[in-house]
Ligand binder design. Structure first.
Ligand code: 13P
Ligand code: SF4
Length: 351
């Protein structure tokens, strides 16, 4: 009964959104992250991982309104990269990211001062993950650093090692560690920085010996996966391939067959032969959508893990945003932060 009532509601909302899109034509672009609900992705003009979406926001110079269906840091990055005449809006401003909240300007500044005092000025390059506040991207830009996403983190880290001996990687320790391992660093060369503790909870010797200093942050969606989940899937589906996102802890990535950004996972499924069984360790909305889009393949979630923030965008708040273009939930970044943050984003786009 409830579903029967919900369905016409969704179709009416969808029709109204489509009508509004027709009315606005090239004035509007709707960007959707892969973790968005299926009905939102279907209404988008472009769907991608966080790198592709930022590149699209930087490249589309003609539209007037960019409506970003994703989480706040993504819309904020689009606002930094957009042209001055363009307005970026997010259907729900409370769609944040718990990982982005794990690094704050004050604690990062404190860590930076302690690290500089211990290792000497000019020995560390900051590499900030896209999943962070604009202020931290600005911090990175100001300190000769770079932004990275899950699809270009290895390139960004190599770039940073080409500049200086050490890297401060924040806020996701798991992405940083996975990249470090892939580039041949040993566990001892990667230390975890716990904000609030003197020297991040490390000894002066370990800080001096480290090549990568990994901020103690993580994604709640990707740290729900366990090695028991992998073992269970391997025994239930012996021929299956397991593909995971690099925000998963190292022990998960090392037991998977492949690892990459959300777009990498989409491509992995698209390119797998018909009849394949693929177990996916990432956000559940993407896994469900891939299963629906590829009925010739068996697509299974490693574990049902939802990002509550991505889920805050729905047809109703998208329609509301489209009805109040230029007014509702406009995402803007103060000019002084924007300039430095853009430096770090542009370095990433130029990689
Ligand atoms: P992607 O860059 O792979 O799209 O990931 C973004 C994200 O937030 C994953 O949790
Ligand atoms: Fe943030 Fe994790 Fe959600 Fe990505 S999946 S937006 S990192 S909480």
């Amino acid at each position: 009964m409830t579903n029967e009532r919900a369905l016409p509601g969704n179709s009416v909302l969808t029709e109204r959104i489509q009508a509004r899109k027709r009315e606005l034509g090239k004035e509007l672009i709707i960007l959707t992250h892969h973790y968005q609900r299926r009905e939102i992705v279907q209404l988008g003009d472009f769907s991608g991982d966080s790198f592709e979406l930022s590149r699209k926001a930087a490249a589309d110079r003609d539209c007037r309104y960019i409506v970003f269906c994703g989480v706040h840091f993504m819309a904020e990055s689009a606002a930094i990269l957009a042209q001055p005449h363009q307005i970026v809006q997010i259907p729900n401003v409370s769609a944040g990211c718990s990982m982005a909240e794990m690094a704050e300007t004050q604690t990062v500044n404190e860590a930076w001062s302690q690290l500089q005092a211990e290792t000497g000025e000019g020995s560390i390059t900051p590499v900030v993950y896209m999943n962070s506040d604009a202020e931290l991207k600005a911090f990175s830009g100001r300190n000769e650093g770079i932004v990275c996403t899950s699809s270009n983190a290895a390139k960004a880290v190599k770039w940073a090692f080409g500049k200086k001996e050490k890297i401060l990687f924040f806020p996701d320790q798991h992405l940083g560690r996975n990249v470090g391992f892939d580039l041949g660093l040993s566990p001892e060369q990667m230390i975890v920085w716990s904000p609030g503790k003197p020297l991040g909870g490390n000894t002066p010797e370990s800080v001096r010996a480290a090549r990568m200093i990994l901020w103690d942050g993580h994604c709640l969606v990707h740290t729900r996966f366990t090695t028991d989940h992998i073992a269970k899937m391997r025994s239930e589906f012996p021929g299956a391939k397991i593909v995971v996102h690099p925000e998963c802890p190292r022990e998960i990535v090392s037991k998977a067959d492949a690892c990459g950004s959300t777009s990498y996972i989409v491509k992995y499924v698209q390119e797998a032969p018909a009849g394949s069984t693929i177990v996916i360790g990432t956000e559940i909305n993407l896994v469900h959508r891939l299963a629906q889009e590829h009925p010739d393949k068996k697509i299974i979630d490693l574990y049902n893990s939802l990002c509550p923030n991505m889920f805050k965008i729905n047809l109703s708040n998208l329609l509301q945003t489209l009805s109040r273009l230029g007014e509702m939930n406009v995402v803007s970044v103060p000019e002084e932060i924007k300039a430095d943050a853009k430096l770090a984003l542009d370095r990433m786009l130029a990689l």
